[in-house]
Unconditional design. Structure first.
Length: 267
């Protein structure tokens, strides 16, 4: 992953802008050569902390990339049902980026002669191991795109994150064949909100992230994890944003990431 070398030079509050230029949001990268970007991404989850996350991102003017699946929520619905349509539409208006996470959060288990074994963790087949063809996997990615269009009127970007991060070369090749590029995360970018809070506290996760994250890293968190008793967000999210900005880092969506920019700018 490429890393910018020069430090971010942010204008002082109230500094004059160059004629014809627009002010850069406080948390976002400017696009200048000296930027030190990190790419914060969120996968869906139980959505219980989603409104709080949105408030933090808006307050600090941080653009992020969301990966969407139709996961079970705390209110008994799902993350892409009508209850959440207005929430997603508001995030579109704020300028965030959106990709697919497979509609029923189908976790790859193994390759087969005809495709893949997958285990959805959402939807009517949750918990069952299914035999999918490459076309089935592509259809699940595309189902998210259709639902996103219905909810927001916007077009989903042709990027995806495999559920659970589980992939194989064959699965990645199949997704590429139907137009989807996979987005993993950096080792230091695993923010740890899936870990048990009894074993790893929020304070430990914050210290580790502030110590280890480097420019160019893709960061991973979720819009709510069922198993973590002490929620990661927003307790860690806000001090993480503040701390990374204090280190001279800025935030960008994957639109400007060197591995994805050309593909996304074509859309």
């Amino acid at each position: 992953m490429r890393r910018a070398e020069a430090s971010l030079a942010a204008p002082a509050p109230g500094a004059a802008q160059a004629p014809g230029s627009a002010p850069v949001p406080a948390g976002a990268c400017s696009g200048a050569a000296g930027d030190k970007p990190v790419y914060l991404t969120f996968d869906t989850g139980h959505m219980g902390v989603a409104p709080l996350i949105a408030e933090v991102l808006k307050r600090h003017q941080v653009p992020v990339t969301f990966f969407l699946a139709n996961e079970r929520t705390r209110t008994g619905g799902a993350s892409l049902d009508d209850e959440w349509a207005a929430w997603w539409k508001a995030r579109v208006a704020e300028g965030h980026l959106f990709g697919s996470h497979t509609f029923d959060h189908a976790v790859w288990q193994a390759d087969t002669p005809t495709g893949f074994k997958v285990r959805p963790t959402a939807g009517p087949e949750s918990g069952h191991v299914l035999d999918w063809t490459a076309q089935d996997y592509c259809a699940s990615l595309q189902q998210v795109a259709r639902r996103f269009k219905d909810m927001t009127g916007a077009t989903l970007s042709p990027i995806f994150r495999a559920a659970g991060g589980k992939t194989s070369p064959a699965l990645l090749a199949a997704a590429r064949q139907c137009g989807w590029a996979h987005v993993p995360w950096a080792d230091a970018g695993f923010l740890g909100d899936e870990l048990p809070s009894e074993r790893v506290s929020n304070a430990q996760l914050l210290r580790r992230a502030l110590r280890d994250i480097r420019p160019g890293d893709i960061l991973l968190a979720h819009l709510g994890i069922w198993s973590r008793k002490d929620p990661w967000a927003p307790a860690v999210l806000e001090p993480l944003i503040v701390g990374l900005k204090a280190r001279g880092l800025c935030f960008a969506t994957l639109r400007s990431h060197p591995d994805y920019a050309a593909r996304l700018q074509q859309r």
